[in-house]
Design a protein around this ligand. Sequence first.
Ligand SMILES: Nc1ncnc2c1ncn2[C@@H]1O[C@H](COP(=O)(O)OP(=O)(O)OP(=O)(O)O)[C@@H](O)[C@H]1O
Ligand SMILES: Nc1ncnc2c1ncn2[C@@H]1O[C@H](COP(=O)(O)OP(=O)(O)OP(=O)(O)O)[C@@H](O)[C@H]1O
Ligand SMILES: [Mg+2]
Ligand SMILES: [Mg+2]
Lengths: 256, 256
Amino acid sequence: MLITLVVANQKGGVGKTTTALNLAASLSAASRKVLLIDLDSQGNSTTGTGEEKNEGLHSLIDVMLNESFSLEEVIEETKYKFDLIPASPDLISAEIELSSLPSPTSILKKKLTDMQKSYDYVVIDCPPSLGMMSVNALRAASKVLIPLQCEYYSLEGLASMNKTIKEINEKTGENIEINGILRTMYDSRIRLSREVSKELEEHFSEQLCDTVIPRNVKLAEAPSFGMPALYYEPEAKGTLAYLALAGEIINKFESS
Amino acid sequence: MLITLVVANQKGGVGKTTTALNLAASLSAASRKVLLIDLDSQGNSTTGTGEEKNEGLHSLIDVMLNESFSLEEVIEETKYKFDLIPASPDLISAEIELSSLPSPTSILKKKLTDMQKSYDYVVIDCPPSLGMMSVNALRAASKVLIPLQCEYYSLEGLASMNKTIKEINEKTGENIEINGILRTMYDSRIRLSREVSKELEEHFSEQLCDTVIPRNVKLAEAPSFGMPALYYEPEAKGTLAYLALAGEIINKFESS
Ligand SMILES: Nc1ncnc2c1ncn2[C@@H]1O[C@H](COP(=O)(O)OP(=O)(O)OP(=O)(O)O)[C@@H](O)[C@H]1O
Ligand SMILES: Nc1ncnc2c1ncn2[C@@H]1O[C@H](COP(=O)(O)OP(=O)(O)OP(=O)(O)O)[C@@H](O)[C@H]1O
Ligand SMILES: [Mg+2]
Ligand SMILES: [Mg+2]
């Protein structure tokens, strides 16, 4: 059974890419077949995996714009056990390109349903916005994971994610929900971190992941070598936290 | 002479809002007349100043869509010596709304030129994207300031900012340039921070600001009280760094 796990948050720099990439690596280390999709024109998930941005013949946007193209055309293998659909420069203008099509925000969902290649997980890294690509991802999601720093602006961002998801559900009649809220870059020595974390436990206890990702510089160093942390520093605190998160996701999302 | 200082970076969470807000407060503390404009639908500069998002009759987008409206209609006073054009919920759909107008990316520049009220500085906080609002801001800029964390993905983001600015210049015949690169959340104890900072000194020494903003939790606490750091914790390391940055900007940008 395919689980499409969307990692999203309009707030920038909260650890979306670090989560998507290291979760893809950890889930594939647990013998799951995983496809990572980079929907951000910055292409951080792509370079964090050691790959180049797609400058080739067809990109994901071409596949979304053409009925006859399928996702298999843009899937690449990586050096690590998971596959990747890399970012491409045309993602910047996706908003304008897709808006002229009929029901532009449900295209990704349709393409994923039509995909022949079989995976256990599709993990989608979103840009820091609530534009066309992020809404496409949210509508294609079977589970939504929101990484967030334990800081004030991030907490504010959570309220607006909730509002946006409600609006999409009203417009489309679907029932997208936030399945996991993940605390990232957590530092228990900082009072602000502890206070915001406590507030999350009070108001969002059901959705809050048990796993907390600590601030750990190895997670920030690994991308400069083009590798997930599991292959850069397997014993680091941050690496082990993402393995624990993969375990939590397998337990919570595979049985429901 | 009005200086329009645009704080931009497609990379998320690098300190754009923290820089725009604290620079507005520091420049107005140095007796400059300052207007802060929040172009990000998240509205962090707006709430960081203790204001509400604009749910009123007219918003900045209304002013940009209507020839007859002027910026004065959406300028608000704040509790601190600078004025503010707050974010509004319709910023999310700015891309689609503006794209049907003739030369949609030069509207903000025109509205700023027509503005009657006189300021020394207009400081613009951009969203983490290179969409319609950010390009509007870049084309309206007299000076462009790029905050960036000393980490790998941020360094990558700098290369793509440079590329995008070159593309805008080719299309419009203008000469937008990066006037300042500001190191934020700098921690000299972390090797990655030191290495990235050294790389910036080697490749971007001309544009690199002398002022470096240290990681300082007071800068992250202040927004939860709706106040710039100068009014929350005037002696904090982060607050003093933004005062020093205001001094550096006054010296470098007012004389040229
Ligand atoms: N747990 C962590 N400990 C230390 N550094 C981290 C951690 N998680 C992420 N980082 C670093 O923090 C920065 C922001 O993380 P990342 O780029 O993953 O966030 P993002 O939400 O994907 O950003 P964007 O909004 O730009 O897409 C990166 O430089 C990353 O290497
Ligand atoms: N020098 C600093 N020291 C400690 N924390 C900081 C510093 N600068 C910013 N922060 C905190 O880091 C987070 C990211 O900063 P900020 O929101 O200003 O970045 P941004 O680039 O505006 O993000 P976005 O891309 O979402 O607009 C915020 O929670 C902020 O309070
Ligand atoms: Mg990212
Ligand atoms: Mg911001």
